[in-house]
Design a protein around this ligand. Structure first.
Ligand code: NAD
Ligand code: UDP
Length: 314
């Protein structure tokens, strides 16, 4: 049995990780400040004898004896990370320093949830880990993109200078149950709009592309990365290479919900990347042949079911 700290454990991805690692027989400490996460995501775990919940902000140091740390704390939706940009960059940078300091003191292995956003609006397509990115350092998205880039630097420096055992994953767009219905990301927006019969908000012309993975595939890749061979630090892309436009996504959601919603077109947000698709050869090689298993339609059906229940029981 390992003792595992998950920062941001009450959020969308963190809550799935808490559940999976508990089910595998570990002791899990979930740390969160509830900025975008919610106790509801983890309330079914509260009675588990090996689950603990701590209200704490990662910009402040935290002391605990653990074997592993999954550093997931950070708002991930553009609406939320732009709400208080200074707090967002503090969360990534000071959060990384505090968690790396903890890992160094107690000899824990630590995994960083980095992001495809480190590639910015990519001039190389699809994106391999060797691509350094095309990021605006002073734009609306910079607090997130540059915060995550700085966190990657800190992880590598603690590894090189202090021999901290680190793992870095670059997560591409992920969706699934426990997403916050108000968090402004495209999958939750489209599904909630379709279920409520409201207009589906397409930003720009809807021709921009993304590659979405279902949360179970991400959790599998994340845990495999934590358990990967000593000395393999990453960064490694974890995402689904199947790429589609936002218009295609809207059409899929409308079909699967039998919705009468209409499409409306709104301005494209500043610095919105035009395209994004991971190359996952490194993950396949280093993570025992890991690759996404859940097809978009299957994942969307599960996510629609989740939001349907949530909206009816509100
Ligand atoms: P989320 O917003 O649902 O979860 C983030 C969690 O972190 C929330 O519970 C929030 O309350 C908590 N948090 C935020 N700031 C904190 C702070 N200062 N101290 C303590 N807790 C704090 O987002 P998510 O989609 O679950 O993302 C989890 C991680 O994965 C994030 O680091 C994100 O950058 C990364 N990521 C996610 C995606 C995606 O598509 N979901 C893509 C790339 C990277
Ligand atoms: N988007 C959209 N309508 C929405 C929300 C988002 O068309 O209601 C677009 C957004 O402009 C972007 C894509 O969907 O091109 C993905 O947005 P999201 O915020 O989910 O993730 P990110 O931009 O961080 O990849």
């Amino acid at each position: 049995m390992k003792r595992i700290l998950i920062t941001g454990g009450a959020g969308f991805v963190g809550s799935h990780l808490c559940e999976r690692l508990l089910n595998e027989g570990n002791e899990v400490i979930c740390l969160d400040n509830y900025f975008t996460g919610s106790k509801k995501n983890i309330e079914h775990l509260m009675d588990h004898r090996y689950f603990e919940l701590v209200r704490h902000d990662v910009i402040n140091p935290y002391m605990i004896e653990v074997d592993e740390i999954y550093n997931m704390a950070c708002p991930a939706s553009p609406v939320h990370y732009q709400y208080n940009p200074i707090k967002t960059i503090k969360t990534s940078v000071m959060g990384a320093i505090n968690m790396l300091g903890l890992a160094k003191r107690v000899g824990a292995k630590i995994l960083q949830a980095s992001t495809s956003e480190v590639y910015g609006d990519p001039a190389v397509h699809p994106q391999p880990e060797t691509y350094w990115g095309n990021v605006n350092p002073i734009g609306l998205r910079s607090c997130y993109d540059e915060g995550k880039r700085c966190a990657e630097t800190l992880f590598m420096d603690y590894h090189i200078q202090n021999e901290v055992k680190i793992k870095i994953i670059r997560i591409f767009n992920t969706y699934g149950p426990n997403m916050n219905p108000n968090d402004g990301r495209v999958v939750s927006n489209f599904i909630v709009q379709a279920l409520q019969g409201k207009d589906i908000t397409i930003f720009g012309e809807g021709t921009q592309t993304r590659s979405f993975q279902y949360v179970d595939d991400l959790v599998e890749g994340t845990i495999r990365m934590m358990n990967s061979r000593d000395g393999f630090t990453g960064p490694v892309n974890i995402g689904n290479p199947v790429e589609f436009t936002m218009l295609e996504l809207a059409e899929n959601v409308i079909k699967l919900t039998n919705s009468k919603s209409k499409l409306v077109y709104m301005p494209l947000p500043q610095d919105d990347p035009l395209q994004r698709q991971p190359i996952i050869d490194l993950a396949k090689k280093e993570l025992n042949g890991w690759e996404p298993k859940v097809h978009l339609e299957e994942g969307l059906k599960k996510t629609i079911g989740y939001f349907d229940d949530l909206l009816q029981n509100r």
